[in-house]
Design a protein around this ligand. Structure first.
Ligand SMILES: Nc1ncnc2c1ncn2[C@@H]1O[C@H](COP(=O)(O)OP(=O)(O)O)[C@@H](O)[C@H]1O
Ligand SMILES: [Mg+2]
Length: 339
């Protein structure tokens, strides 16, 4: 599992990706035109509250989007190849050998009637035509990598014989078994209690260092991002409202939504009785999103312009972008008003 860490070289490029669900009630624009790059070996966090489009975005990359969902615009390029034009066989190869995804709830992905060993070996053999004893050895190696003791014994056990944290480790092992260049982890710790969450994060960090793979880490918890990510995209209602290096997002946040997320983040050093500041207002009705900035109706800085025109991403620092009219230079503001 040797992936070369190459900070300069782009592994994945998502450009103006748009995904809609065509429901009886109308078109839901779940992802409304998002763009970002990930280099080889880089760890990117995608953060946003429930319903902001994080999973839909990930499924689109994996080619796992289900009807009535459809990619309606933009491109996804992986190692220079157009992922959206892959046929079924190419997509299988892509998913099996270059990218893998781990999901929030391991119980929905592990089959209760097969042993962990059978499932790991199946995962190896689907993608690599190797003899069963080699697949067994690979599975053992993976269980060791994710910190499961007595792997020989554990291979013969069933999912219900594993705790939640251990099952999530098995899922990570399964995700890593094909040596992916990119791992998409969709809220991999959300279903776990806080102590186990921290252990799994630590584990993922270690594995990332060992393997040099790139990771997209999806979470609604900005605290998790600080632990593991190089850079971050903050999503709101299907849009990236801010993106930058992890330090930009934590120490120089520019978007009122990012600032709100930071303020509502539980702090390890916080006084037990310190109240969190929730972001007031309700999430966007995705069938009838507001005109202008999607966060406008909940934003304490909202101006008339915000309710009329969607702000573009303004570059506010080197590689740091934020979509807020507060950041517009005067001329840009006037330009939009006069349009
Ligand atoms: N099967 C579906 N049918 C209709 N709309 C959907 C479906 N799945 C997702 N959506 C829409 O896509 C939005 C984003 O969903 P999702 O990516 O799962 O959010 P997140 O992962 O950020 O919590 C949801 O708010 C919803 O409006
Ligand atoms: Mg999700």
């Amino acid at each position: 599992m040797e992936n070369v860490k190459n900070e300069e070289k782009v592994l994945l490029e998502v450009n103006d990706l748009r995904v809609s669900f065509f429901t009886p009630a109308g078109e839901v624009k779940a992802v409304g035109g998002i763009s970002y790059n990930i280099n080889y070996g880089e760890v990117m966090g995608i953060v946003g509250e429930s319903g902001s489009g994080k999973s839909v975005e990930a499924y689109s990359i994996m080619g796992l989007l289900q009807s009535p969902g459809k990619v309606v615009g933009g491109t996804i390029t992986f190692e220079g190849e157009d992922v959206l034009s892959y046929n079924k066989k190419q997509l299988q190869d892509f998913r099996g050998n270059r990218v893998s995804m781990i999901f929030q709830n391991p119980m929905t992905c592990l089959n209760p009637v097969y042993t962990i060993g059978d499932q790991l070996i199946e995962a190896v053999r689907v993608h690599h035509k190797i003899p069963k004893n080699q697949a067994w050895a690979k599975a053992i190696e993976m269980l060791e990598l994710v910190g499961i003791n007595n792997p020989d014994k554990r291979m013969k056990q069933f999912p219900h014989e594993f705790s939640g944290g251990m099952r999530q480790r098995v899922m990570i092992a399964m995700g890593l078994i094909c040596d992916p260049k990119l791992l998409i982890a969709d809220e991999p710790t959300t279903a776990l209690d806080v102590t186990i969450q921290a252990q799994i994060l630590e584990l993922m960090k270690e594995i990332q260092k060992k393997t040099g793979m790139a990771i997209i880490f999806i979470t609604h918890n900005l605290g998790v991002v600080a632990e593991i990510c190089d850079k971050v995209a903050v999503m709101y209602a299907g849009h990236i409202v801010e993106k930058g290096l992890v330090d930009d997002i934590f120490y120089q946040p520019k978007h009122p939504y990012t600032i709100g997320l930071l303020e509502s983040m539980p702090r390890i050093d916080a006084d037990e009785y310190e109240r969190l500041i929730p972001i007031s207002g309700t999430p966007v009705d995705m069938l009838n999103p507001p005109a202008g900035c999607p966060f406008g109706p909940r934003c304490s800085h909202c101006m008339k312009l915000c309710l009329r025109e969607t702000p573009p991403l303004f570059e506010v620092g080197d590689g740091h972008y934020s979509a807020c009219w507060l950041l517009a230079k005067e001329e840009a503001k006037e330009g939009a008003v006069n349009e």
